[in-house]
Design a protein around this ligand. Structure first.
Ligand SMILES: *Cc1c(COP(=O)(O)O)cnc(C)c1O
Length: 390
């Protein structure tokens, strides 16, 4: 193993088959064979390592997990069929009826639905804390609070939560700290270093990086992952070998892609800051970002997402989107192609206007996932659409 992220991401690979292939094969098999009844018994009993059934583990998912664990600095992990399977699994496996979750208010839309509509059905409740009010989070901890669940930077508000603070807070209150690290990726930020017990990902976004497959990850300490693994093995959110193979291959290029996403995003953010049609440009590494000092403390670069709050609300945002010539209008992010989303009318339309405002989703807010095109072409497309949508 190397000291360097890039080398590990490229060089960690499954052991070669007897074909001596250079690129890892895809193990499209549901189950694995045993040479004897005794080997089958011992493998099932966990006395010897070995594959059993692809709902449990598969060489492609194991390869992906090994790579990501090195990148995140975590001991073990599980790969799932989607990011939401990872979010759900990380909570459902460790909590039970009567338990309570303290969470940061700015969460991915479906995670918000999990906490407010799904888990309450099984007696697991949650409370949101606001980042403007960290001093008072102590008061939100109940005797039955078991977990602190946060997302940083948040989607789409780009709020930053102090991971050092979160690690200490979780320790002081004996909480399991879960961090959704989707926006930063392990290349920019490693929550485990600050005390996160579990790190979750939607691998669909930057880890895939080319808008092809869904995938999710739950990473953490051996002890906790063992418990989560019991849950995922028996409830079945396993990733397909093909998707795991794609995501492992994508890890090889994560560093170079993120370098470009980040440098272009900063350039776009700086360019539009001060534009008269834009009320606010938000990007973690802009000096004007309210938590700029935290972003630079815990992230090595600012990520690939920029938000623009357009003057003129929903109508202006929609006119602007209709004038784009190159940038895609779709709900994904972290793709090689730049993507624009209008959260208030799409991903976060189920929230009330008041709920949206609380997490910084203004009517005119545009989320721009800065892709790998030349940054001047991205700037030109946005600038022209701003001009034409006046
Ligand atoms: C997309 C996303 C998810 C959900 O992941 P899927 O792969 O779409 O299921 C969770 N958290 C964040 C921050 C996301 O952006």
């Amino acid at each position: 193993m190397s000291q360097h992220f890039e080398t590990n991401a490229v060089r960690i690979s499954p052991s070669k088959s007897n074909q001596k292939e250079h690129s890892a094969p895809i193990y499209l098999t549901s189950s694995f064979t045993f040479d004897s009844a005794e080997e089958a018994r011992a493998t099932f009993a966990d006395e010897i390592p070995g594959n059993i059934y692809s709902r449990y583990a598969n060489p492609n998912s194991s390869d992906l997990i090994e790579k990501i664990c090195v990148a995140e600095g975590t001991q073990d992990g599980i790969a799932t069929a989607s990011g939401m399977a990872a979010m759900f699994g990380s909570i459902a496996s460790l909590l039970q009826q009567g338990d309570h979750i303290l969470a940061s208010r700015s969460l991915f839309g479906s995670t918000h639905q999990l906490l407010t509509r799904v888990f309450p059905k099984w007696g697991i409740t949650s409370t949101y804390g606001d980042i403007s009010d960290f001093q008072n989070w102590d008061k939100l901890v109940q005797p039955n609070t078991k977990m602190l669940f946060i997302e940083t930077p948040s989607n789409p508000g780009l709020e930053i939560i102090d991971l050092e603070w979160a690690g200490k807070f979780a320790e002081a209150h004996n909480l399991i700290l879960v961090v959704d690290n989707c926006f930063a990726t392990p290349y920019l930020q490693q929550p485990a270093k600050w005390g996160a017990h579990l790190v979750t990902h939607s691998a669909t976004k930057y880890i895939d990086g080319q808008g092809r497959v869904l995938g999710g990850l739950i990473l953490g300490t051996k002890e906790l992952i063992k418990e989560v693994q019991f849950f995922t093995r028996h409830t079945g959110p396993a990733i397909s070998p093909f998707n795991a193979w794609i995501l492992s291959k994508s890890m090889e290029t994560l560093a170079v892609r993120m370098d470009r996403h980040c440098s272009s995003a900063l350039r776009v953010a700086e360019y539009f800051e001060g534009n008269s049609a834009v009320l606010e440009v938000k990007y973690p590494f802009l000096k004007s970002h309210p938590q700029h000092h935290l972003a630079t403390k815990q992230m090595s670069q600012g990520g690939g997402i920029v938000t623009l709050n357009l003057e003129g609300g929903v109508a202006r945002a929609q006119r602007f989107i209709d004038q784009l010539q190159m940038i895609s209008v779709t709900a994904n992010l972290g793709d090689s192609r730049s993507i624009i989303t209008h959260p208030a009318s799409t991903t976060h339309s189920k929230l009330s206007e008041e709920e949206r405002e609380k997490v910084g989703i203004h009517p005119g807010l545009i989320r721009l996932s800065v892709g790998l095109e030349h940054p001047e072409d991205i700037i030109q497309d946005v600038e022209r659409a701003l001009e034409k949508s006046k």
